[in-house]
Design a protein around this ligand. Structure first.
Ligand code: HDE
Length: 699
């Protein structure tokens, strides 16, 4: 692999794997099927039987080994974040951060560090669809020269709960209901909203969860956040608080609820496929890593607690400084070995990075190691190549299930004075360069009696929920209201809906009223709050629509060009070329996959068949038909739906004059996004939010 940053390091677990695969490497001419013991197999089609129609024999070790291995192919899926997609890549530092962190990864501008990033949904099982309304996990494992650093975040900067002890309750409430085993990957049900309505601290996160943030168009078009406040520590031991951000170079884009539901049916692997295909075609997704760094004085000046994971620091209050970029440039070779077996752990940090006292983070530090033992079955999971550090690993830990290493010598303890324990008696502590914990500050509230208590500074549950809602574009606000109406309409128990409405009054009375109207319920009084709700300056950075990172480009997008026999060859060619020269992918959709005969008699092969390629799969569509082609497609429901959905999902539609009757039948009304073929590539870079009130009744 060219410019592979792994090459610069000496591996441990990685080497083991390479040795194994080298041993079993054959040229194609001499590739023999063998058992796991290396015995060549003569027949992989038939079991060993006593006579052609006789019973099967127990001595058939070839059969038994194969079936035995198959029977145990699955490991327990993750209890949360089971559904995920991942890729390899690298992090490149823009400028040295040595003034605030001694972490090796932050020292030398331009240096690349290999990494492996896994995106996930939270609630659904491993086989669930890619596009439910759900938070997305955003987990990055940096293989630094001083050990692995895992930044295990989400695409939303806050979390539902303030204390780790509530996590099992939250997840039980969100997942399938205990008795009936449904719904899968959906929060629109009684138990979720029962819990949420009883936990006002979740209100800020709920605003995000009901916004377009939980319907990302692709994994490439979402932000990532470390959520908790962490610490950076410099060479002098000085500690600085930090919050981590990932900002997508592709811009931020989401889908519309109706669209996301239809994508789930049309392509359950939509986001996994998108990531894989983008990397395969060399369109490497990229995010900038940003930090908000601040000291104790700044933290103390804020009207909320930086240890509270339900709070953000608005970017307008403390700008995000971009310190480097992540490029994902290589797909995994094997889904199971890499994406499934990768084991992230927020406790994996390196010298120069440290934790804060955030009580949610502190609980996570225990949980992940524990979960990996269950999932991967051995304390030696760090030796699996995807988890193995790319720097030397040396200690006296020994044995355990599936030990892959064969340490030499008698000394398996330290200190020792045996010369066979390796050079100078084996590895020793590094008092100067080894990881040492930042002492924190000796503030009164950071030490004292053992208590089960929540600090008063965590009491405000509504101010930032209000901040988020009021910072959104009106179209996004309407989506939040509409999502709440949808979800609460699926709640069968009246008292839960009522309680939720009472909480919403504290966020924004107008929002609560819109939701109550949408449910045809009376608006109850506001619920009691533990702290006064504060007015904060709106933060435009929180918006997608009209915000500073909204996606407004064709580059890296997918566009559907619907054609049929007789479509104008020049027009088709011009639209495809315009999209491609703007960096997008144009896919030809036709009634039959084999080929279409264009106006000039030439045959064009389709990329997708109409019934299997609805417009929800594309960022915008062009409908380029002849008179006859249009007459034929007007009798095809999939064609009418193709256009109707593109219009309803506020996408640009480029159309040839002859395709107009199909657009009319689909109820398309003219607006800025309905354009001639020559204007399509330009129009396709955005959605047309002004169209929304014409196509959808929003609360
Ligand atoms: Fe996790 N979480 N989590 N989580 N989490 C897991 O670890 C847990 C939390 C996040 O792609 C599990 O390996 C507890 C916050 C991601 O493999 C488990 C608490 C955030 C992933 C676990 C939290 C996350 C996980 C399940 C409350 C955002 C997927 C399998 C204290 C900052 C990583 C596994 C991947 C996975 C526990 C809260 C993000 C069970 C106890 C907050 C992205 O250990």
């Amino acid at each position: 692999m060219p410019n592979d940053p792994f090459d610069t390091f000496t591996g441990t677990g990685g080497e083991t794997h390479q040795q194994v695969s080298k041993q079993s490497d054959h040229t194609e001419a001499e590739a023999h099927l063998t058992t796991n013991q290396g015995v060549r197999i003569s027949d992989n089609q038939n079991q060993l039987k006593a006579g052609a129609r006789g019973p099967v024999l127990l001595e058939d070790f070839v059969l038994r080994e194969k079936i035995f291995h198959f029977d145990h192919e699955r490991i327990p899926e993750r209890i949360v974040h089971a559904r995920g997609s991942a890729a390899h890549g690298y992090f490149e530092l823009y400028e040295s951060l040595s003034d605030i962190s001694k972490a090796d990864i932050f020292q030398r501008a331009g240096e690349k560090t290999p990494l492996f990033t896994r995106f996930s949904t939270v609630a659904g099982g491993a086989g669930s669809v890619d596009t439910p309304r759900d938070v997305r996990g955003f987990a990055v494992k940096f293989y630094t020269k001083e050990g692995n650093w895992d930044l295990v975040g989400n695409n939303i900067p806050v979390f539902f709960i303030q204390d780790a002890i509530k996590f099992p309750d939250l997840i039980h409430a969100a997942k399938m209901e205990a008795d009936r085993g449904y719904p899968q990957a959906a929060t629109a049900h009684d138990t979720f909203w029962d819990f949420i309505s009883l936990m006002p601290e979740s209100t800020h996160m709920i605003m995000w969860a009901m916004s377009d943030r939980t319907l990302p168009r692709t994994l490439r078009t979402m932000e990532g956040f470390g959520i908790h406040t962490f610490r950076l520590v410099n060479g002098q031991g000085k500690s600085t608080f930090v919050k981590f951000h990932w900002k997508p170079k592709q811009g931020l884009a989401s889908t519309i609820w109706d669209e996301t539901v239809k994508i789930a049916g049309a392509d359950p692997d939509f986001q996994r496929r998108d990531l894989y295909e983008a990397i395969e075609r060399g369109d490497f997704p990229e995010w900038e890593l940003g930090i908000q760094a601040f000291d104790d004085t700044f933290a103390d000046s804020l009207p909320f607690d930086v240890l509270d994971p339900t709070k953000i620091i608005p970017e307008e209050m403390l700008p995000v400084r971009m310190i480097g970029r992540m490029v994902l440039d290589r797909n995994p070779d094997n889904f199971f070995a890499e994406t499934e077996q990768v084991a992230y752990c927020p406790a994996n940090i390196v010298p120069g990075i440290d934790f804060s006292n955030d009580p949610l983070l502190q609980g996570r530090l225990f949980s992940y190691l524990d979960t990996q033992l269950k999932r991967l079955g051995s304390t030696n999971f760090h030796q699996i190549p995807i988890n193995a550090p790319k720097c030397p690993v040396m200690n006296f830990q020994r044995d355990g299930h599936m030990q892959m290493l064969q340490p030499k010598g008698r000394a398996n303890y330290e200190p020792n004075s045996l010369s066979d324990a390796g050079e100078e008696g084996g590895p020793r502590e590094c008092p100067m360069t080894g990881f040492s914990t930042s002492p924190g500050r000796a503030a009164e509230d950071e030490q004292g009696d053992k208590l089960r208590i929540r600090p008063d500074s965590f009491a405000d549950h509504y101010s930032q929920a209000r901040l988020f809602f009021r910072s959104l574009d009106p179209a996004e606000q309407a989506h939040v209201a509409s999502a709440l109406v949808f979800e609460l309409s699926k709640v069968a128990l009246d008292h839960i809906r009522k309680r939720m409405l009472s909480n919403l009054v504290n966020v924004d009375p107008d929002l609560a009223k819109r939701v109550a109207d949408g449910l045809a319920m009376d608006l109850p009084k506001a619920s009691k709050t533990a702290a006064d709700v504060q007015e904060m300056e709106p933060s435009p950075a929180l918006r997608i629509i009209g915000g500073p990172r909204e996606r407004t480009t064709v580059e890296g997008g997918k566009f559907g060009v619907l054609i049929a026999d007789g479509s104008d060859a020049n027009e088709v060619d011009a639209v495809i070329s315009a999209i491609e020269s703007a960096g997008g992918s144009a896919l030809v959709i036709a009634p039959k996959i084999g080929s279409v005969t264009l106006s000039n008699g030439k045959q064009l092969k389709a990329d997708g068949q109409l019934a299997g390629s609805p417009s929800v799969l594309f960022d915008a569509v062009a409908v380029l038909l002849s008179d006859e082609g249009c007459q034929m497609l007007m009798k095809e429901a999939a064609a009418v739906q193709f256009v109707m959905d593109a219009f309803g999902h506020l996408k640009a539609i480029g159309y040839s004059e002859a395709a107009k009757p199909l657009l009319d039948k689909a109820g398309v009304e003219p607006d800025e996004g309905i354009v001639s073929p020559s204007k399509f590539a330009e129009a396709a870079a955005q959605r047309y939010w002004a169209r929304e009130p014409k196509v959808r009744m929003l609360p």
